[in-house]
Ligand binder design. Structure first.
Ligand code: ZN
Length: 243
């Protein structure tokens, strides 16, 4: 692994990811909800943000774009399908496109459902995937602009990545997702074991993200749904779940 990945917690439960590739000195901010803490973290490390990558248009993923761009001249790469909703966009991204940080390549996957143009970015050499609000630890994003069938296909694609792939989600939702996962799959011992670890980590104030593809394959009721219908049922149940 050559890219350094820094987690910056902002707002209530968002994570902005700051990537730095030491050979080229390049730095990328992924889904900067806000600018201040992201610029401050980069400055503290002596890094200059040269690019922003957005996974989708929601304000808590692009809110810092303009101010970071103004401060650093960063180039904004974001979903082509959401260009109208991301005014700061410089480089429109589509399925199969690649992005680069230094010599490290990221592959663009279109994963619509949470929003109509949502993308994920997979860095195979780093065994890392940045999934925005599509996949969460033991959860998936709400279906604001897409269908259960689309989310089912997204889960399939992400589950097909190597088990060791680290999954960088944009929110700390693990504990709430896990409470629902225990209800969705009461006989799944892996979920119970994981929740004990998650509860302990949260009690210590620690983050539970990134997760891994392998761990999600064992404990994520949305990735594990056996059919579109099952995913739809679980998503609808989670939408109103109060655990
Ligand atoms: Zn969102």
């Amino acid at each position: 692994m050559s890219v350094e990945i820094v987690r910056i917690p902002v707002l209530d439960d968002n994570y902005v990811w700051l990537l730095h590739e030491p050979e080229s000195g390049e730095t990328v901010a992924i889904d900067p909800a806000v600018a201040g803490p992201v610029l401050a973290e980069a400055e503290r490390r002596g890094w200059t943000i040269g690019q922003i990558w957005n996974t989708h248009w929601h304000g808590d993923h692009i809110g810092g774009n303009d101010a970071i761009k103004a401060a650093t001249g960063a180039r904004v790469s974001a979903p082509a399908a959401e260009a109208g909703k991301i005014p700061s966009l410089d480089v429109p991204l589509r399925e199969g496109d690649s992005v680069r940080i230094g010599a490290v390549e990221g592959m663009v996957m279109e994963v619509p459902a949470h929003t109509a143009g949502h993308i994920a970015i997979h860095l195979p050499s780093e065994q890392a995937v940045f999934v925005g609000d599509t996949l969460f630890a033991m959860g998936c994003g709400r279906l604001f602009e897409g269908t259960p069938a689309q989310m089912y296909a997204n889960m399939d694609r992400l589950a097909a990545l190597p088990d060791a792939t680290r999954v960088y989600c944009a929110h700390e939702y693990t504990q709430s997702n896990g409470r629902y996962a225990l209800v969705a799959e009461p006989d799944n011992g892996a979920i119970r074991v994981r929740m004990e670890q998650v509860d302990a980590a949260r009690a210590r104030g620690e983050a539970t993200v990134p997760t891994t593809v392998g761990l999600e394959r064992e404990t994520n009721p949305f990735m594990r749904a056996g059919s579109v219908e099952e995913l739809a049922r679980r998503r609808a149940a989670k939408d109103v779940f109060r655990g």
